[in-house]
Design a binder for this molecule. Sequence first.
Ligand code: SF4
Ligand code: SF4
Length: 330
Amino acid sequence: MNLLWLQSAGCGGCTMSLLCAEDPNVIDLLDGAGIRLLWHPALSEATGREVTDLLAAIAGGTIPLDILCVEGSLLRGPNGTGRYHILSGTGRPMIDWVRDMAHVARHVVAVGTCAAFGGVTSAGENPADAVGLQFDGSHAGGLLPPEFRAAGGLPVVNIAGCPTHPGWVTETLMLLADGKLTEADLDGYARPRFFADHLVHHACPKNEFYEYKASARHLSEIGCMMENLGCVGTQAVGDCNIRTWNGEGSCTRAGYPCINCTAPEFEEPHHAFTETPKFAGIPVGLPSDMPKAWFMALASLSKAATPERIGTNAVADRIRVPPSLKTPRR
Ligand code: SF4
Ligand code: SF4
């Protein structure tokens, strides 16, 4: 399969993240899945005329394109011309090249939340009119209309994340290469369900603290970060604490709240990322699928039943009270 990777308006962090892929790594992924990398702006040696000839050959149908990966948001400004971002050496806006490539590609993949939904690049007043490939924030329809389907029959596959997990990219590409990714395997925002059917909260090491609502008050304390420090792991999709990053880490494992980077419009929560918005002392954003009254009842019961070990450790930067010793049965 032929793969072309284009970088639009983003920081390049999703490519850097992909280089950390371990199982398989990028080279093994391409070899093992039978994927030929036609060009990547950071990883390929080809430049200048060689690249513009390649793009023209793909657009003209001389070279078949199986997978188009786009990283970074698409700049439609000013006034829909796309001329804020010209693809160097071509005199044409990047959005025109992306549209051309999307219409000849068998599969189109948005790598990262910028390419999927607009992401950080679309924050604020968004003077560049940055959008995702097929979403503008949470609204269907970005550079491409909601009804767009690539030649293989799928909408744009949104491997969201800021940056995206390298394993989400390698697994998606392997599934596409194997013909095993169908529309039923994508969620309502077209994110592959193999990671989007999980919540970040699943397997977070702070789960014992969460159970008792034993909360950290400051970053570096080891309690749960939902109540005071803005963690939305109970609502954010991603297998970040199951698959982990770089073999062992995740945001919450590193002591930083999950900020829901796999979701559209995560970049503008309307409060500081490390603050939990509250109404009458109660967090506004409650866990997915849980009625508010149940949460309130459970929270007050569990707070009242918090063991000393958990309550003390939650507001410390290391274990202060170890588990009690049990006498072995004779
Ligand atoms: S820190 Fe976040 S992800 Fe971890 S247990 Fe608390 S709410 Fe869940
Ligand atoms: S833990 Fe949350 S913020 Fe961190 S990478 Fe996963 S989804 Fe994004």
